[in-house]
Design a protein around this ligand. Sequence first.
Ligand SMILES: NC(=O)c1ccc[n+]([C@@H]2O[C@H](COP(=O)([O-])OP(=O)(O)OC[C@H]3O[C@@H](n4cnc5c(N)ncnc54)[C@H](O)[C@@H]3O)[C@@H](O)[C@H]2O)c1
Ligand SMILES: [Zn+2]
Length: 362
Amino acid sequence: MTKTLHVALGSDSYPIVVGTALLNRVGEYLTPYIKSNKVLIVTDSFVSARYMPVVRQSLVDSELDVNTIEVRAGEESKSIAQFSQIQDSLVAHQLDRGSTLIALGGGVIGDLGGFAAAVYMRGISYVQIPTTLQAQVDASVGGKTAINHPKGKNLIGAFHQPKLVLIDVDTLKTLPQRDIRSGLIEVIKMGVIRDEPLFKMVEEHLEAILNLEDTTLIEMVASACVNKAEVVAKDEKESRLRMVLNYGHTFGHALEAVTHYSRYRHGEAVSIGMNCAAQLAVNLGMFSEADFQRQRTLLNRAKLPITFPPDLSAEALCDAMYLDKKTLGGKLRLILPRRIGEVVIRDDVEDQHVLEAISQCF
Ligand SMILES: NC(=O)c1ccc[n+]([C@@H]2O[C@H](COP(=O)([O-])OP(=O)(O)OC[C@H]3O[C@@H](n4cnc5c(N)ncnc54)[C@H](O)[C@@H]3O)[C@@H](O)[C@H]2O)c1
Ligand SMILES: [Zn+2]
């Protein structure tokens, strides 16, 4: 079973195919988008061992000239050094302007491979084959690519849309449950910001989702991608609307920074951030207690954390949030819910309200 969606971006439009048993058909799906037969697969050490052979064989069967490069698994690979190695590989294998880069892996590989494709010869085609839930419902859609600078995450990057996104939900079967739960937060987030029926679907089918039942997963991943695609189509380069995707992220990023990106999965930090943003919205009288409890209940059922750890201080978290503020020209921009299915962008919330909400979430 497959579902095909469409990201509408004029001449940069592209399809997203969501289904099962897609990896051994990559060549077939790719062929219509190929201008010359040379491809480079970028993957990580973990994904390579499990999924590279089947993808490579499928491309060879489609008579493509397949080259590969593998980086170490983990966020550290979103580095200038790894980026540079990929450029070396593109040059060494003589990929030309008509060649295609294939990013096979999680969000790290999508961001790193996408950025390498964005700048090699001023931009070559690339295809995303995301293999984590985080990447399937979020990172692989939208064309944001980046690597990290030692001073900050995603500081070096570009907008570069893929030609095709192939999402095989079978790959989730090898992903640890913690990563499934963490990736699920981006789906729940999408439900809160603009799609109440999607939120309800997760409420009703949570067990099937966590048990990785094919049809439910395909339905859910496709719905999340449709939402992201719609937001991106309206605001490709993040002028304003796209910021709603940051719901829970301002608080979450502060928590990730304060805990040095080592204690929490991104989705876990965002879960706590969503609970805190919702608490703030309740305090401001713009979000009902009933909707607040509805979000809390789902996060709890998904075994996602909703409170800050006791060894941190509200002040330290608040400071970390306001560090971002400097880069935004002095205003803290918050995405706050009005109801499940609707958020607003607020840049007029008083500092003491932010601190109060954080304090309530310990
Ligand atoms: N571009 C965007 O719009 C966007 C959006 C959100 C996040 N991101 C980026 O995505 C990254 C996080 O993505 P991620 O969580 O996928 O991280 P990741 O790519 O590091 O993957 C997490 C771990 O899972 C392993 N893995 C991948 N697929 C697997 C599978 N099928 N089975 C078992 N293990 C597997 C990887 O080897 C890695 O060790 C961050 O760098 C973040 O900045 C980008
Ligand atoms: Zn996120």
